[in-house]
Design a protein around this ligand. Structure first.
Ligand SMILES: Cc1cc2nc3c(=O)[nH]c(=O)nc-3n(C[C@H](O)[C@H](O)[C@H](O)COP(=O)(O)OP(=O)(O)OC[C@H]3O[C@@H](n4cnc5c(N)ncnc54)[C@H](O)[C@@H]3O)c2cc1C
Length: 383
């Protein structure tokens, strides 16, 4: 949609969408608020920083804000994250749709594309048009340029990368990212639904943020970003993930706090008043203690369990719970305007390409930056 609004008005443009309306995923973004970009646009937030850098140099967060403001959207910034002023994702979709209308873009919903053919520099895009009240019918359109903006199977989506593998493109398997992590159940028994602010560590990566315990493992923004480590192959099933329940303090400081509180009391009394009661129970269990044990002599084990509460990774959550997929078409098989090196005038943008970012507006920024790059290239080639 954004690419369509950035094309010259002289071009006849159609958006083909398989759903009965456009922007279904956009409406779900940012918990319905749409975190459309981030003022901290550091390339380290992406799986392929060296590739993304060039596109962000050409179209960054400020360009996104300006482009959306030109469409009529007022934005606000919360902790560097950029949202529509309304904090409603539907406002972003509203301005995109109005802008497409003003640009004369034809929006064809219910059109599921299942084949793209390239013959004599013309594309033939065919598929099935779904009807509610009568049998489906086949459609076929001819066009000079085609832009694959089919996203990923994460929540509500599908993988349509095969439309381009038919041109000889290669695709890395799409794995759920920004998704809960499945872990062993025993250490987190009884914690389901408990939410804490904690540090999360997998390997060398450490992040402080919300952790939400589930019956199958852990969720929350800090965990989502850690899931990317698995999806990008930097961590694996069986690795240890550790939770730091007192991220503001070093281990020595935690020990010191506990020692100062130790007046000959029990382990249970020592920790009471610091943690959610269920978290306290699990910390005590992880330290191989029982609540009635005397605290003296157990402070080292307790502070280890507080600072490094260990869980064994069993896998990634389901794609239906994921915000993004890591994987997709190899971006190195496209030029710097994202035109295919295998099929002239065929472009791919957004999540269809093997680019994924952290939570915080990075994935939508990639969608806008890549869309702008493709639209600019088409505008240049179409002169
Ligand atoms: C719950 C959730 C919350 C998120 N929150 C944020 C956030 O706050 N900030 C952020 O930056 N990112 C967020 N993301 C990620 C972000 O939404 C995606 O990275 C982004 O939408 C990708 O844009 P896209 O245009 O590449 O694909 P999409 O937005 O997925 O759009 C692709 C469209 O193509 C259609 N399509 C697919 N195949 C076909 C076909 N064969 N024929 C016809 N149509 C087809 C799909 O139906 C879909 O409408 C979130 C994702 C989810 C699921």
């Amino acid at each position: 949609m954004f690419a369509a609004t950035q094309l010259p008005p002289t071009l006849k443009v159609a958006v083909l969408e398989s759903n009965d309306r456009v922007g279904k995923k956009l409406l779900a973004t940012g918990n319905g608020k749409c975190n459309l970009t981030n003022l901290d646009m550091n390339i380290v937030h992406y799986n392929k920083p060296n590739i993304v850098e060039d596109y962000l140099d050409r179209f960054d967060a400020h360009d996104t804000i300006a482009a959306f403001e030109r469409m009529g959207l007022i934005t606000k910034v919360i902790d560097k994250r950029v949202y529509p002023y309304s904090e409603c994702a539907s406002t972003v979709l509203d301005v995109l749709r109005r802008s497409m209308g003003r640009c004369g873009v034809h929006v064809l919903t219910g059109h599921f594309v299942n084949f793209i053919e390239n013959f004599n520099d013309t594309f033939s895009v065919s598929g099935v048009l779904k009807h509610d009240d009568r049998p489906n019918e086949a459609f076929k359109y001819k066009c000079d340029y085609v832009v694959l903006a089919t996203g990923s199977p994460a929540t509500f989506g599908r993988d349509s990368g095969s439309l381009f593998t038919a041109f000889g493109h290669t695709e890395r398997e799409m794995l759920p990212s920004l998704v809960p992590i499945r872990t062993d159940r025993e250490p987190i028994k009884g914690l389901q639904g408990v939410r804490v602010k904690a540090g999360v560590r997998i390997g060398y990566r450490y992040e402080v943020g919300e952790v939400l315990f589930k019956d199958f493992g852990v969720s929350g923004i800090a965990v989502f970003n850690m899931s990317a480590e698995l999806a990008r192959g930097r961590a694996k099933v069986g690795d240890v993930m550790s939770i730091d329940f007192m991220p503001e303090y070093s281990k020595a400081e935690v020990e010191d706090i506990l020692r100062r509180r130790d007046n000959g009391c029990s382990v249970g009394e020592l920790l009471m008043g610091t943690f959610h009661s269920k978290v306290q129970e699990r910390i005590i269990a992880a330290a191989n203690c029982s609540p009635d044990d005397r605290a003296t002599g157990r402070i080292g084990a307790l502070s280890s369990a507080i600072k490094s509460f260990k869980l064994t990774i069993e896998g990634l959550g389901d794609p239906s719970l994921a915000q993004v997929m890591s994987g997709g078409l190899n971006p190195r098989e496209f030029d710097d305007g994202l035109m295919s090196l295998k099929a002239k005038n065929a472009y791919a943008i957004g999540e269809a390409l093997d680019i994924d970012g952290d939570c915080g507006g990075y994935n939508l920024q990639w969608a806008w930056s890549s869309a702008k790059a493709a639209a600019t290239s088409i505008a240049k080639n179409a002169v």
